[in-house]
Structure formats: C-alpha cells, structure tokens
Write a protein that binds this ligand. Structure first.
Ligand code: CP3
Length: 341
C-alpha cells in the first residue's frame, strides 16, 4: 500500500498542502463505464446495501482518476427508509416518495434510526474501505431541510409550495421534523465516523430556495445544533454544501462547519474573502462545463485556480454533482490539471 495521502484532510483543517486537493461530488456514478456495468447487475439500493459492492463502487473513481478523497457510495434518501418513509428512484426524475408527510401526526410517527441495525451495511462498507483506501473517505448525509423537501413534496419540486406551506402553517410540526432529522442525521454521521469516515459532508442541496429570513427562522437553529452535536463527539472536519446559496454562506459558516461548499454560480475567491478565510472552501467549476471542449474547460479551471489566494484551505471540486453523461476523458484531464498545478 502506498503512503496515505492526507492532502484533503490538511486542506479541510486549513493546513498547508503542496497543491489543492481534488475530488468531485457524486464522483461515482453513471458517467463511468464500470459503474454502468455494475448497475446492470444491482439496483442503486443494492449497491448501497451490499458492503463488497458498495466498497468496489466507492473505489472506482479513485482508481480511474486518482482523486484525493473518496466518498462512501450511498444516497441521501437511504436513511429515510428505516425512519418509515418509503421511496423509489424513478428514471430521469429522482427519488419519489410513496407516503409523503402531510400532518404533525406523520412527523410524530417517524422512527429514530437504530444505526447498528438499520444502517449496519454502511458501517461494514466503511470498514472494508478503511483497509483498502490510501485517501480519506468522506461520510455524508442529506441536510434536514433538503430531506424534508423530499418528504413533504413527495419528490423533486420546482415551487416547493407543499413544503413551504407546511413550514409556514404547521410551524410546530415543521420544527419537530427538523429536530428529528437533525438528531438522526448527526447520529448517522457519527456512526460513519466510528466506522472509518475521516471527514463528513452535509448536502443541503435545495436550501438555496429559501430567503435568508426564512433560513434563519426555520433552518439555521437546527443546523447549528446538528453541527454542535457532531462536534461534541468528534473532531473530524464538517463540510456544508448548498446550491444557489450564496446569500447564506455567512450563516452556513456560523453553524460551526469547517468547510463551506461553494456552488458554481458564485465567485469563489470573493466568497472566501467574504468569509474572512476563517473556514476552508470547496468548489466550484460548473459541472456542465465538462461537456465543453477541453480548451474551454482548461481556461475556466485555471481561472478558478489562479483566482484563489495562495492560502491553505482550498479544495478543488465542481460547483454541484457531476452529471450522468459527462465525458470521462474531460474528467481525467481536469483532475490531471489540478494535480499538476
Ligand atoms: O460518489 C458519489 O458521490 C455518489 C454517492 C451519492 C449518490 N447520491 C448516489 C446516487 C451522493 C453523495 C448522493 C447525494 C445526493 N442524492 C444528493 C445531494 C447531492 C446533490 O447532487 O445535490 C441528492 C439531492 C440526492 C437525491 C438523488 N438521488 C437524486 C436527485 C437522484 C437522481 C438523480 C439522477 O442523477 O438520476 C438520486 C439517485 C442517485 N444517487 C444516483 C446515484 C449515483 C443515480 C444513479 C443510479 O440510478 O444508478
């Protein structure tokens, strides 16, 4: 086994590295031939539930591109099953929920996770990876808000009217839902850390649809508690990521997170300066740029790299998850570009 590569861990802690570490959100997935091969034999849920297959899929992008971090292969929806939410993945749509939350009673009926039993396979997968990887493995969960949006809307949404109505009108039930999700997801992250995750990321993909006032009233207190709950038990770095969330970055920092994920619409150098360089930042090339000619990708990637001040704490990533049909060659070239920077 080659020497352990701790470049990503160091950058999360704002320690000096020889170059920025690089990994991509959703780096294991359908854009890879090998992933599609495995998907012919196993459903998405099966990949998550069979530790040997989960570990194999987690390793695919590390072997193919030499990323500086792995991310455990799972999905933000997975822990909702054992909490009592039945869902399915619809091709071209995303997660669809059979029994969306409609009332306070539905929230009260949500079960707490019994981690060693309900999600034992994630622990087992992380244990396999601990012995195989020479880069850190990231554990992750969906943030309470993003999970709640699926639970209330029943699937992806454009207007989020059901979710926002519930938030504004059933405010007590909303806070109970957020509290339950924050507690269970924090415990799930700690379980992943116990089993080998060295960094954790909270995906708050859809929180950017809230105004800052709504974020502060309906979400922030729960995020602050969630991070505090994690920090009370471990010192692994916490990454917080949202899209279209440039108006919330200061508040995300105030939750106590160590690294803030910056989406692709935001000027990352300016965002970092606005955050007073007191946290590390991760981002933020537009994932659709990977469909362009290499010459343009190269210009835009260098623009990000050159614009970032030479301070410790910058992690190169995309500004949202990599997309299904992304050309693998462009991914390889982009990773090489960062590696030789
Ligand atoms: O290497 C990795 O990072 C993969 C692990 C991973 C998956 N989902 C696997 C997956 C991670 C980190 C996620 C996070 C996730 N899931 C988020 C947050 C990140 C983001 O992109 O904003 C969200 C919102 C979800 C919910 C979800 N799951 C959606 C919207 C979809 C369908 C979208 C699509 O691409 O079709 C899923 C299904 C899903 N989760 C796939 C994968 C690889 C699709 C591939 C398949 O069916 O095999």
């Amino acid at each position: 086994m080659t020497q352990f590569n701790d470049r990503f861990l160091k950058a999360c802690r704002q320690e000096m590295t020889d170059r920025p570490p690089v990994w991509f959100m959703r780096q294991a997935g359908r854009y890879q031939d090998k992933y599609r091969e495995i998907r012919k034999k196993h459903s998405l849920v099966q990949i998550c539930e069979i530790p040997e297959v989960c570990a194999e899929v987690t390793l695919l992008p590390i072997e193919q591109f030499g990323f500086d971090a792995a991310i455990i292969f799972s999905d933000i929806m997975i822990p909702l099953g054992p909490m009592g939410i039945d869902f399915d993945y619809k091709e071209g749509v995303g997660p669809v929920i059979e029994n969306p939350i409609k009332s306070k009673r539905d929230v009260e009926n949500l079960k707490d996770l019994d981690l060693g039993k309900d999600l034992q396979y994630t622990g087992a997968s992380l244990n396999i990876l601990k012995d195989t990887l020479n880069v850190p493995c990231i554990g992750f969960v969906g943030a309470p808000f993003t999970l709640a949006s699926y639970m209330l809307e029943g699937g992806p949404s454009k207007s989020y009217i059901k979710m926002k109505s519930f938030m504004y009108r059933e405010t007590e039930a909303w806070h109970l839902l957020m509290e339950k999700l924050a507690k269970n997801m924090a415990d799930y992250l700690l379980y992943q850390v116990e089993n080998g995750a060295m960094v954790v990321q909270i995906f708050d993909s859809w929180v950017g649809i809230l105004s800052r006032a709504d974020y502060l009233e309906f979400v922030f207190p729960h995020m602050q508690k969630m991070v505090a709950h994690i920090k009370a038990k471990t010192d692994v770095p916490v990454i917080m990521f949202g899209t279209n969330a440039s108006h919330l970055l200061q508040d995300m920092k105030a939750t106590g997170a160590d690294v803030i994920g910056i989406d692709w619409k935001t000027d990352m150098a300016k965002a970092w300066s606005d955050l007073n360089y007191e946290v590390a930042v991760q981002g933020n090339l537009d994932p659709t740029l990977l469909f362009a000619e290499w010459s343009l990708i190269e210009v835009r990637a260098k623009k990000i790299l050159d614009s970032m001040p030479k301070r410790p704490g910058f992690i190169f990533n995309l500004g949202h998850g990599i997309l299904p049909k992304t050309p693998q060659e462009n991914v390889g070239n982009l990773v090489k570009l960062v590696q030789s920077y």
